[in-house]
Write a protein that binds this ligand. Structure first.
Ligand code: ADP
Length: 456
């Protein structure tokens, strides 16, 4: 394979940002091929961006650009995060549509494509990441690039009925079809996209991932993203992990830990999860005083009003549940609005008897996979997983729930707490095998193999 050229909103220009699984996977391909990584510098300037910053680290070239205030607002805060993010997570009700924002979104895609095309050489393959750059392929083609371009969508792709709520859906879909390989997290996301093309543009699903549409052939497949499975297992037995586990152990005082770990986002189903916890104590009185639920949820994009509303709602729910059920020596549900080091999280996962991963929609959900890898093989905990997380397609041995059905979620938490060791082990071993086999390297290889077999 020739050079790999990556484009993503944030790059791993800062070595500390290379700790995440995805950043490592992309970074390794770039170091192996002497590639280039394009993205945002993280800086916002008042009204005019200068030349991009270009530097090399370990043979990888970084080309990063600042955003103007108008770009950061219209492209990032508005169109990407207040239009695409909610619509793709099935929350049309939370979307704020504005034509001006789409124009800025398109302009930023075009401006960054303009930095990329002059640096491309024959034999290169381009890999574009995520919902910030749905139009990038189109602009690269307009700039004269005919080589392979892969695109991976890290978030869900909604059903056609929802996607069509986007005023610019046709423009976006046509641009997406300029990519040679389109990667989705799950077969559901892939089917949604293909159904949209079939119903609206007479596309033909040719089998084996190939779609004929708009007079050309493209490839669309599911590539469920994995984690650094072995690395996470190691982190769970590190000293930092044990320290975190013993700190929370003092708080638990022998009670079972039921754990949730999410960014505070409306897609994560946190209010429904808190309701379910209330129903657990209501309907299964034997759990009172013997179970402690901890939700870790650092605020994300807290400037945006929907997130502020969510925070208020969670404070109210937790306050009510603790007021109703708590006792002098027992806090039934607490939530910690902060981040933890990945090894500390691994330690918490390891001692949690139950992990609640109940998003209303999620592209994949890596917390579910991290929880699996952090378990003690002799005494593993139980994963409760939403059927609406991409991970549910792979992790069918988890206890799968509908997060809207709060009574059923409560019952499932009870079932998990009561599950005999033999069943816990049997389920966990199957989950572990999948997370280990389909890890981040598997994912990268599967995508890049398809991209390199592209003949455009
Ligand atoms: P999303 O990408 O929507 O946030 P994922 O579950 O796929 O959801 O990924 C979340 C990542 O962020 C995981 O790797 C998880 O360990 C990490 N994370 C979530 N909450 C915290 C936290 N409180 N502190 C540190 N890392 C966190």
């Amino acid at each position: 394979m020739g050079r790999l050229i990556a484009i993503s909103n944030r790059t791993a220009a800062d070595a500390s940002a290379r700790a995440g699984g995805l950043a490592v996977a992309v970074w390794e391909s770039l170091t192996a091929t002497g590639g280039i990584w394009f993205g945002w510098s993280g800086n916002i300037v008042e009204d005019e961006v200068g030349a991009p910053e270009v530097f090399t680290d370990e043979g990888v070239e970084f080309v990063t650009t600042d955003f103007t205030e108008a770009e950061h607002d219209g492209f990032y805060l508005q169109y990407a995060n207040r239009v695409i993010w909610p619509v793709f997570h099935y929350r049309v009700d939370l979307a704020h549509f504005g034509h001006a924002d789409f124009d800025i979104y398109a302009a930023v895609n075009k401006r960054i494509a303009g930095l990329v095309t002059p640096r491309l050489k024959k034999g290169d393959s381009v890999w574009v990441h995520d919902y910030h750059f749905l139009l990038m392929g189109d602009y690269l083609r307009q700039g004269g690039w005919n080589g392979p371009i892969g695109f991976f969508l890290h978030i869900p792709f909604p059903s056609p009925e929802i996607f069509k709520a986007l005023p610019d859906h046709e423009r976006i879909a046509r641009a997406m079809c300029e990519y040679s390989v389109l990667g989705f997290q799950s077969t559901t996301d892939r089917s949604n996209f293909v159904r949209y093309l079939i119903e609206n543009y007479d596309a033909v699903d040719e089998g084996d991932g190939w779609i004929s549409v708009f007079g050309r052939k493209i490839r669309a497949s599911a590539y469920p993203i994995g984690i650094d499975a072995e690395g996470f297992a190691k982190a769970s037995v590190s000293e930092r992990a044990s320290t975190a586990a013993s700190r929370i152990g003092r708080f638990l005082g022998g009670r079972h830990l039921v754990l949730g770990v999410d960014r505070m986002d409306y897609s994560k189903g946190l209010p429904q999860r808190f309701e379910a916890v209330g129903q657990l104590f209501d309907n299964f009185p034997s759990t009172r005083g013997v179970v402690s639920v901890t939700q870790i949820a650092p605020p994300s994009r807290s400037k945006v009003e929907e997130y502020r509303d969510l925070r208020i709602q969670l404070d109210e729910l937790a306050g009510r549940i603790n007021g109703d059920y708590g006792d002098l020596d027992w806090i039934p549900l607490r939530y910690l609005a902060r981040s933890y080091d990945r090894r500390e999280l691994a330690g918490l996962y390891r001692i949690a008897r139950v992990c609640l991963v109940t998003p209303l929609r999620d592209g994949m959900n890596l917390v579910a996979k991290e929880y699996v890898m952090a378990q003690d093989p002799d005494d593993p905990g139980v994963l409760i997983l939403s059927e609406f997380a991409g991970a549910a397609e792979q992790l069918s041995e988890a206890l799968i729930v509908n997060p809207h059905d709060t009574y059923k979620v409560a019952e499932t938490i009870y079932q998990a707490l009561e599950m005999p060791l033999e069943e816990r082990k049997a389920r966990w071993e199957k989950l572990r095998d999948i997370v280990v086999e389909q890890d981040i390297s598997w994912w990268r290889q599967k995508f890049l193999d398809d991209l390199s077999s592209d003949l455009t």
